[in-house]
Design a binder for this molecule. Structure first.
Ligand code: Z5A
Ligand code: MG
Length: 210
């Protein structure tokens, strides 16, 4: 049996990652399973959710970084066994968000290499679609923006710059930057779906790892 493929939807804040991930899964049906990070339903995910939504619950930046990574490791065995069983897996955020949001805090010692270390050994996606927009100001009007800890314009600007530094630091031939500026949900979907189908059609068996 051919192993399933790992498809990652990454991107800047409120660029439609969850919307597009859900549309891909709806389009492909039973052959695909969706995971969203942070996975807030696990023990570690509960702590992350509290950190993001409750400003009185603070943690050192190093600790919350390690929790985000530990949250991916919590779910890793399940993802790997699905891939082995031939199911495709779609991820809504993953390692790149983990490194970019933490490194953007610019804490001494917490550089990109430090931030990537705890994620080393996780499976690298067969396709990463990075949803990017030229200016995030219009996205702040989208539902729910500003409710969580990192949803501040100045920090998002830093995160945007850091994502591109992370891409320079982590080579990945299977990563595509998709400009969603001014595009409707359907237009973005029509851009990414052919890329997804192409990867699902590959019969490569080897896994890549961060
Ligand atoms: N974080 C971290 O620090 N470290 C890590 O390791 C990980 C994450 C994994 C919570 O993540 C925070 O955790 C996040 C990064 C950090 N902090 N921030 N900022 P999350 O994934 O749970 O965040 P979220 O609340 O789901 O927001 P999001 O993912 O940024 O949004 P989105 O998924 O990209 O957008 P959406 O929910 O699909 O769409 C938002 C709205 O826009 C919705 O009303 C849509 O209908 C609408 N929409 C979507 N696309 C369009 C288009 N094309 N046109 C018009 N309207 C649209
Ligand atoms: Mg989302």
């Amino acid at each position: 049996m051919t192993r399933g493929k790992l498809i990652l939807i990454e991107g800047l804040d409120r660029t439609g990652k969850s919307t597009q991930s859900e549309k891909i899964v709806k389009e492909l049906g039973d052959e695909v399973v969706l995971f969203k990070f942070p996975e807030r339903s696990t023990p570690i995910g509960g702590l992350i959710n509290q950190y993001l939504t409750d400003r009185s619950f603070d943690l050192p930046p190093q600790s919350i970084h390690l929790l985000f990574s530990a949250n991916r490791w919590e779910v890793n065995a399940k993802i790997c066994s699905l891939l082995e069983s031939g199911k495709h897996v779609v991820l809504d955020r993953y390692v790149y968000s983990g490194v970019a949001y933490s490194a953007a805090k610019q804490i001494p010692g917490m550089d990109i290499s430090w931030c990537l270390n705890p994620d080393k050994g996780l499976v690298k996606p067969d396709l990463t679609l990075f949803l990017s927009n030229q200016d995030s100001s219009s996205l702040q009007d989208r539902d729910g923006y500003g409710e969580e800890r990192y949803e501040k314009a100045a920090f998002q600007k830093k995160v945007r710059e850091t994502f591109f530094q992370v891409f320079d630091a982590i080579p990945d031939d299977n990563r595509v930057i998709v400009d969603v500026t001014g595009k409707s949900i359907e237009q973005v979907f029509d851009t990414i779906m052919p890329l997804v189908r192409k990867v699902l059609g590959n019969n490569s068996e080897d896994y890549l790892y961060f």
